[in-house]
Design a protein around this ligand. Structure first.
Ligand SMILES: C[S@@+](CC[C@H](N)C(=O)[O-])C[C@H]1O[C@@H](n2cnc3c(N)ncnc32)[C@H](O)[C@@H]1O
Length: 361
């Protein structure tokens, strides 16, 4: 049951909005103060100490405080119990909305409707007629449409793969994605106006691109660390058993570096990689596994041995990164350029180390 917007909700919302803007003027303060997040997230899931997901809804202790806190909220689990939709962390949403630099009259496309909360914030500031939001999940689009209406917002919401965009409502002045991409989908650039701004998550960061000419865009990453659920695609599962059968090689890069200082550059050099850890009884990392959608898999052990299989030798890339980055690099030192032929991330500048993004977003 969706719950009413009462005084307790309004007070909690005001506190959250005040914490988010932290005394600084923000053109988004009014939206965060006014849009009732709890209407969009009537239920979310939290992991208990055993790792099992427990639902929280209206009336559950802690529900309202958590909904109006700076927390990302898992709102849907797939058939394997893996989260596949969430309401993003409000401070990251605010950072992305600020970076979007949307002004009155701008037409905005959002990829990843999810709960509809971000679409409602956009509607509050820019008006229903200027907001279009798409999601690949028909059930989510249906639920979000109902909740948006309940909250008094009426944007265009449609079921689409974000990689296709939504030409029917373009051209757009601004594109924001709350679903992680591995590269910028070409149709999005074709659906934007000259000078349009795109703010999508890419790897463990968010990039802010300006369209410079048809099919071309460039921009730097935001300083903010971020990780969004990535676009649902059919990637291969990790091939750990096959990797373990390979002869080991030596590596001087500790597995923990992939989880720390190299995490962000690795997400650009190996788009779409996933990692996992094996830990000992004391909880220390024994080994990390990583794999990419093409089935390439590597296992690096703290003893210094590495086993790899597949079309790409993933740990070799991690070793190359370790030579470039002594410390964790600042995200806003990275630059992305997009042309119809190629998408390239550069470190520091266009004559710095670079990595090409895949043709498939
Ligand atoms: C972090 S959630 C979006 C949060 C949302 N903006 C909100 O305010 O609640 C990411 C969403 O991306 C959607 N998604 C995943 N793959 C997609 C794709 N290929 N195209 C469009 N949406 C996709 C998921 O269904 C999920 O709802």
């Amino acid at each position: 049951m969706t719950q009413p917007d009462n005084g307790a909700c309004a007070a909690a919302r005001q506190r959250m909005a005040a914490d988010l803007v932290a005394g600084r003027p923000s053109e988004w303060a009014d939206a965060f103060t006014s849009v009732p997040r709890h209407l969009f997230v009537p239920r979310f899931y939290q992991q208990d100490t055993t790792g099992a997901w427990q639902p929280l809804s209206w009336g559950t202790p802690g529900y309202l405080e958590t909904v109006y806190s700076d927390a990302a909220l898992t709102t849907q689990l797939d058939e394997h119990g893996v989260p596949n939709s969430s309401s993003s962390q409000p401070s990251i949403m605010l950072a992305m909305l600020k970076a979007l630099d949307a002004a009155e009259g701008h037409r905005v496309l959002e990829l990843g409707t999810g709960t509809g909360y971000n679409a409602a914030l956009l509607c509050h500031r820019l008006g229903d007629a200027n907001v279009t939001s798409i999601d690949i999940d028909p059930g989510l689009v249906d639920a979000a449409t109902g909740r948006l209406l309940l909250a008094g917002a009426n944007p265009t919401v449609a079921v689409r793969d974000g990689a296709e965009g939504y030409p029917d409502r373009g051209p757009y002045d601004r594109v924001i994605s709350t679903v992680g991409l591995h590269a910028i989908p070409k149709p999005l650039l074709q659906q934007t106006t000259p000078g349009a701004v795109l703010v999508p998550p890419l790897g463990y960061g968010v990039v802010r691109l300006t369209v410079t000419s048809p099919g071309h865009a460039t921009g730097r990453f935001l300083a903010t660390p971020a990780h969004f659920m990535t676009r649902r695609t059919d990637g291969m599962a990790p091939r750990f058993d096959a990797a373990l059968e390979q002869s080991p090689t030596d590596s001087s890069v500790p597995p923990a570096d992939l989880l720390g200082r190299l995490k962000f550059p690795a997400s650009l050099a190996l788009p779409g990689y996933t990692s996992c850890t094996w830990r000992n009884d004391q909880g220390d990392v024994d080994a990390v596994g990583l794999w990419t959608p093409d089935g390439s898999t590597a296992i690096a052990h703290t003893s210094g041995t590495v086993r790899q299989i597949g079309p790409r030798r993933l740990w070799d890339t991690i070793e190359d990164l370790a030579k470039i980055f002594g410390d964790e690099p600042e995200r806003d030192t990275f630059l992305l350029t997009v042309t119809p032929a190629r998408q390239t991330v550069f470190y520091a500048d266009t004559d710095g180390p670079s990595w090409d993004l895949p043709a498939t977003p």
